[in-house]
Design a binder for this molecule. Structure first.
Ligand code: FAD
Length: 318
């Protein structure tokens, strides 16, 4: 493989760079054990997002920031942002983005445009061209080697710590690349508008399952989360029952999280749910069934009725 040059695609909201991007930087920097002259560039694509480029320049391990700022990227749609990455791809040996909703939208598109097989959910690099990633809903890991000249990979945020902030600022280069949308037009966007921490990066997550029984029951989960300054999550059963919106879902087909503290309430612990919480540092389970599978994974378990226990819990925490 040629000298390693990594391009990280920054995820941002036009104001702030995401924590998941900082984790992708840590992942890229881990390749320095295999190539001491590895250089790491970060690409910021958007509109009026110079402040994001500035934040990117302050991240440790970044050698250069590439900024593509044009009104045609104001909605950050994969349809045209992918074309920018394709234009730049030939300068790089690795292209990374976090395994977030945006990364899962953008990088497969880039891979297809470049006729390259993408590696998903990288947990560790074992060489410049080899990685460890989860299979079977996170129940096993596999080491795979990329045979492509360019590795395009999404990075599993739960496996890496965020990179630090440096006193030394990386060089910034403004690129003039414009790909106006042609086949797709932006119509509208709906976002969940809550003040709690982001589920994927929160230090504390309180989640409810089918056992919470109703939308009103979830108020108790939210109250506990607020007391602990945490995020609210849910099992798929709770989402399917309409207790909470689907961006709360944790698990194989939801979000993969790695908080310091995860509290599972009225959740049985199906393998698809466990796939999303395995990396939590401390797991607490509250369930009325002493044989619930969640207790096999919990550091602390409380057997009992959540509607009796949680109010006591909240009272103790306040
Ligand atoms: C392809 C596929 C992908 C999937 N992806 C996901 C995923 O990403 N995330 C996910 O979560 N699931 C996923 N699932 C679904 C998963 O298999 C389970 O069905 C789901 O996780 C169950 O949710 P639950 O634990 O809330 O519900 P249940 O399994 O019904 O458990 C409810 C629990 O609440 C307890 N309980 C009831 N009342 C009380 C009370 N008053 N106090 C205390 N405890 C109480 C019960 O003892 C029980 O253990 C997926 C399934 C498939 C097939």
């Amino acid at each position: 493989m040629k000298t390693a040059n990594v391009l990280i695609i920054a995820e941002h909201d036009h104001q702030n760079i995401s924590l998941a991007t900082r984790k992708a930087v840590t992942a890229a920097a881990s390749l320095r054990c295999f190539s001491s002259d590895l250089s790491i560039h970060i690409l910021v694509v958007g509109f009026q997002c110079g402040c994001v480029a500035q934040q990117a320049a302050e991240l440790t391990d970044i050698d250069k920031v590439l900024l593509v700022d044009d009104v045609c990227y104001q909605h950050g749609l994969a349809e045209n942002v992918s074309k920018v990455i394709k234009d730049l791809a030939s300068n790089y040996s690795h292209i990374f983005m976090s395994s977030s909703t945006s990364g899962k939208d953008l990088l497969p598109r880039v891979s297809a445009m470049l006729c390259i097989e993408q590696l998903s959910d990288v947990m560790e690099f074992t060489g410049l061209d080899s990685v460890v990633r989860p299979i079977y809903a996170g129940n096993a890991t596999v080491e795979v080697k990329s045979c492509e000249a360019l590795m395009v990979a999404t990075i599993r945020s739960a496996s890496f710590e965020p990179c630090g902030i440096s006193e030394q600022h990386a060089e910034q280069e403004m690129l003039k690349i414009s790909h106006p949308l042609t086949h797709t037009q932006f119509v509208s966007m709906q976002t969940s508008n809550h003040e709690r921490p982001d589920l994927t990066t929160a230090r504390v997550v309180v989640a409810g399952g089918r056992g919470v029984a109703s939308k009103d029951g979830f108020l108790l989960i939210e109250q506990l989360a607020d007391t602990l300054h945490g995020a609210v999550g849910a099992s798929r059963a709770a989402v399917d029952a309409g207790f909470v919106p689907n961006d709360y879902q944790i698990g194989q087909t939801g979000k993969i999280i790695a908080p310091d503290l995860y509290i599972a309430i009225g959740i049985s612990g199906a393998i698809q749910h466990i796939a999303g919480i395995k990396d939590a540092k401390v797991i607490v389970a509250i369930n009325s069934d002493p044989d619930a599978n969640i207790f096999s994974y919990a550091d602390y378990g409380l057997v009992g009725d959540l509607f009796e226990l949680i109010p006591h819990f909240i009272q103790q925490c306040e």
